[in-house]
Design a protein around this ligand. Structure first.
Ligand code: ADP
Ligand code: MG
Length: 452
C-alpha cells in the first residue's frame, strides 16, 4: 500500500474506532469527488472470506446527500442490479458506508473486446437497474460506466453511487408504496444574480468525433451579459438576460430567430416560453426591465458533462428519470462505437456542441424549443447516422488502443456491426431522443426488439 493511502486508512481508523475494531482495510479501490472507497474484510472472523467495500464520504458532504445515498442503497438496493448496503458507521462528520464488495472489470479495459452478445447483456442489465429505481421515481443523475460495476466473467452487474440521486416529480399514484419512497430535498443554493462572467468556449471535439475528422463542432457561447459574439457562434440563451454587442448581421439573424420563436411558442403554456415572448431586449445591447426582474432559472445539473442530457445541459427545470436513459444511451454509444469516453467535455457548452455535432443543429434546436429554450446555432450542422458512425469509428484505427488483434477477436468492423443487428441502433436512437418527453423509458426499452 502506498504511504499516502496508508495514512488515509490510519486517519479513517482514528476517526472511526468502531471501524478499526471490525474491519481490516486492505486497499483503496476508488476515489471520486465525494468519497474514497476501500476494500476490507472482517477482522475478527478470519474464516469469513466475504469482502466489503467501505465508502468514506468526504466530511463536507451535505447531510441530505448522504441520507439520499443511504436511503437508495438500503431501500432500493440489494436487488435488480442495484448495490445494497450492509452497515453505516458514523462518528461526528465522518461517515463510512459498508457495502458488499463487488469484484468488477474496468469498462475501458474490456470495451474493445466485448462481443455483440455481451454488449446486449450489459445494456439489458443496466436497463433492469434503471427500470427498478425509476419505478420509485428516483433519478440516479450520474449514470456512467464507473457507477455501473460489471463483472465480465460472472456477467454480474451493479449500479452504485446514489450521491447525486433525487426524486423526480411524481404523477401521484394513490396509495402506491413506491410514491411513498421519499428522499430529502437538497437545495442547491441559487446562483448569484447579475453574474458578469462570460462563458464563451470553443467547442473542441477531443473525443471520437475528432478522430473521425468530423466537421469541427460549432463554437458555443452562453448568452449572458455584455460580451462579444463572433461568427460561427452558437448562443444558448435561457430566456433570460442577454446584452451583447453583435454585428448587424447577427442582430438580423437573432431577430429572425426571435420572431420565429415567438410564433412557435405563442401557443405554449410553458412559463419560460412566455418570458421569452414578453422580453423586449433580446439581441440588443441592453437589458429590459422585464429581464432584470426575472428570477434566475435554477435546474439540477449534477452529473458528468459527457453523460448529461440536452435538457440538463440547457438547464430545463422539470427533469425526469429520462435523464438517466440519455446517459445509458451514451454508454450504449460507447459500446457500439468502441470509443470511451464518447463525449469528452469539461463543461456544459462543449458537451452541447458535441451533441449538436452528432445530432445536427436543427434537431437540437427543435428539442430546445420543446423545453422552452431558444437555441441559436451557427453554422448549421447535419445529423450523423449513428450506425455509419459506429461502423466508421470501429473501422478507423487511429487510436493507440486499436492494436491489431485486440478488436473483437479480429472481427472486422462490418462483421461486428452486422452482428450487432439493426435493432440495436434503433434502440440507441430511441434512448438518445433529444426530446425528454418522447425518449424511451427503461421499461419500454426492455421490451424492445433488440432484447427479444
Ligand atoms: P464516488 O461518489 O466517489 O464516485 P462511488 O460510489 O462511485 O463513489 O465509488 C467509486 C468507485 O469505487 C467505483 O467506481 C468502484 O470502482 C468502486 N466501488 C464502489 N462501490 C463498490 C462496491 N460495492 N464494490 C466494489 N467496488 C466499489
Ligand atoms: Mg462514482
Amino acid at each position: 500500500i502506498p504511504a499516502s493511502v496508508r495514512t488515509e486508512i490510519d486517519n479513517m481508523y482514528e476517526f472511526l474506532p468502531e471501524l478499526k475494531k471490525h474491519f481490516q482495510v486492505m486497499k483503496k479501490i476508488g476515489e471520486g469527488t465525494f468519497s474514497s472507497v476501500f476494500q476490507a474484510k472482517l477482522r475478527n472472523h478470519p474464516k469469513v472470506d466475504q469482502l466489503f467495500a467501505l465508502k468514506h464520504i468526504i466530511p463536507t458532504s451535505h447531510p441530505s446527500r448522504i441520507e439520499t445515498e443511504l436511503k437508495c442503497l438500503q431501500q432500493l438496493g440489494g436487488k435488480n442490479n442495484v448495490m445494497g448496503v450492509e452497515l453505516c458507521l458514523r462518528s461526528k462528520d465522518h461517515i463510512v458506508i459498508v457495502m458488499p464488495y463487488f469484484p468488477h472489470d474496468r469498462f475501458q479495459d474490456c470495451l474493445l473486446s466485448l462481443t455483440p452478445d455481451e454488449i446486449k447483456n450489459y445494456m439489458k442489465n443496466l436497463l433492469i437497474a434503471l427500470r427498478h429505481i425509476h419505478e420509485y421515481d428516483v433519478i440516479h443523475r450520474d449514470v456512467k460506466p464507473s457507477n455501473f460495476l460489471f463483472n465480465r466473467k460472472t456477467q454480474q452487474f451493479s449500479l452504485v453511487d446514489f450521491g447525486l440521486a433525487h426524486k423526480a416529480p411524481v404523477a401521484l399514484k394513490k396509495n402506491d408504496a413506491r410514491t411513498q419512497f421519499e428522499l430529502p430535498i437538497y437545495h442547491q443554493s441559487p446562483k448569484k444574480k447579475n453574474i458578469k462572467t462570460t462563458s464563451k468556449l470553443e467547442a473542441s471535439s477531443h473525443g471520437p468525433l475528432r478522430s473521425l475528422n468530423a466537421s469541427k463542432g460549432p463554437s458555443l457561447a452562453l448568452d449572458k451579459r455584455g460580451h462579444k459574439s463572433h461568427k460561427n457562434t452558437t448562443s444558448v440563451t435561457t430566456g433570460s438576460t442577454s446584452r451583447s454587442v453583435r454585428s448587424p448581421r447577427q442582430l438580423l439573424l437573432m431577430k429572425q430567430a426571435m420572431s420565429k420563436a415567438r410564433s412557435s411558442l405563442s401557443s405554449s403554456s410553458q412559463k419560460s416560453s412566455s418570458r421569452l415572448i414578453t422580453c423586449s431586449c433580446f439581441g440588443k445591447a441592453m437589458v429590459c426591465r422585464i429581464c432584470t426582474e426575472k428570477v434566475n432559472q435554477i435546474a439540477p445539473r449534477a452529473g458528468t458533462p459527457g453523460f448529461r442530457s440536452p435538457e440538463v445541459l440547457m438547464k430545463y427545470p422539470h427533469q425526469t428519470t429520462s435523464v438517466d436513459i440519455w446517459s445509458a444511451g451514451v454508454i450504449f454509444l460507447s459500446l457500439l462505437s468502441g470509443r470511451y469516453p464518447f463525449f469528452k467535455a469539461n463543461d456544459d457548452l462543449t458537451a452541447l456542441a458535441q451533441i449538436i455535432t452528432l445530432m445536427g443543429s436543427e434537431p437540437v434546436k427543435n428539442a430546445a424549443k420543446i423545453i422552452g429554450k431558444d437555441l441559436i446555432c451557427l453554422p448549421q450542422t447535419k445529423s450523423m447516422n449513428l450506425q455509419n458512425l459506429c461502423f466508421n469509428l470501429r473501422n478507423v484505427e487511429t487510436n493507440e488502443k486499436f492494436k491489431p488483434g485486440t478488436q473483437t477477436k479480429n472481427k472486422t468492423a462490418s462483421q461486428f456491426i452486422e452482428a450487432v443487428t439493426h435493432s440495436a441502433f434503433d434502440l440507441l436512437v430511441k434512448m438518445l431522443d433529444l426530446n425528454p418527453n418522447t425518449r424511451i423509458t427503461a421499461e419500454d426499452a426492455l421490451e424492445h426488439e433488440y432484447f427479444k
